[in-house]
Design a protein around this ligand. Structure first.
Ligand code: NAP
Length: 248
């Protein structure tokens, strides 16, 4: 069991799905967790169940929220999980607005929070995880601009690491690309759309894909990642039900 007593973790997108698993895992390790999401009801539910979790109702894509919360909490651990549920249509059924949904949320969130972390800057030794998607590598033809947005999050994480290194800040920034899982709303909508596209039931579609990633496994794995020696940490990983696989 890791002991993060005395440390602060900010988890953006902590009220549901994978982010909730991350917030709970960090809180159970003794960290003071600042849980960020927009819906206060779901957030209060998580905070009420765990004494180390403090809710902060905010839109993670709002630059003022990123500045305020980085400045207020100066976390040793920052995990950016939040993202929009993509509109699941084939390319020609998208409008520009539905196609670009994840650029206005996921990419914006990565951009603003990484920027504020570098500008603050966070203390040397701080760890930042950007939750992208396996779609960043594989593509996702039924979710418009989602895969490109998630690939851009991975690029931005790498750019931020390079700038942190150039300035000698001592930060470690890692992109993590989860596999599709029914444990969160993004994955549930993906499974529904791809099962229909393949003329399969959702159960049949999911059963081909190996052990499913759960929020608990995501939390435990990210906890291991941020407490590992940075010298042994890759810039990016695929996150599977069975753990992390480094990206080439
Ligand atoms: N589930 C999967 O299969 C899967 C696979 C690959 C990658 N991912 C990635 O993993 C992340 C989590 O996915 P999930 O399925 O767990 O999602 P989810 O169940 O929809 O949960 C998303 C969480 O982020 C919060 N959130 C969304 N937009 C936000 C914003 N603008 N500001 C603050 N909080 C925001 C939501 O709360 P509010 O709505 O109340 O703000 C919620 O707590 C996403 O980035 C997704 O792209 C998921």
């Amino acid at each position: 069991m890791k002991d993060l007593t005395g440390k602060t973790a900010v988890v953006v997108g902590a009220s549901r799905g994978l982010g909730r698993g991350v917030a709970v895992a960090f809180a159970e390790s003794g960290a003071q967790v600042v849980a960020v999401a927009r819906n206060p009801v779901a957030l209060d539910e998580v905070a009420t169940a765990h004494e180390n979790i403090r809710p902060e109702v905010a839109d993670g894509a709002d630059p003022a929220a990123a500045w305020t919360l980085v400045d207020r909490y100066r976390p040793q651990f920052l995990v950016l999980v939040a993202g929009a549920v993509p509109v699941m249509h084939p390319l020609h059924q998208h409008t520009w607005e539905t196609f670009s949904t994840n650029w206005h949320s996921d990419v914006k969130i990565a951009f603003h929070w990484l920027r504020e972390s570098l500008l603050a800057p966070l203390d040397a030794g701080s760890r930042i995880v950007v939750v992208s998607s396996g779609a960043a590598v594989n593509g996702s033809p039924a979710s418009g601009g989602y895969a490109g947005a998630k690939a851009t999050q991975r690029f931005i994480a790498n750019y931020a690491q390079a700038e942190a290194d150039r300035a000698g800040l001592g930060l470690t920034i890692t992109a993590v690309l989860p596999q599709l899982t029914s444990a969160g709303e993004v994955g549930r909508q993906g499974i529904r759309a791809y099962a229909a596209r393949n003329d399969q039931t959702e159960v049949a579609f999911v059963s081909q894909r190996g052990p499913l990633l759960t929020p608990e496994a995501a939390g435990a794995t990210l906890l291991d990642l941020v407490t590992a020696d940075p010298a042994t940490t890759a810039p990016g990983y695929v996150l599977l039900g069975e753990g992390l696989r480094p990206l080439p």
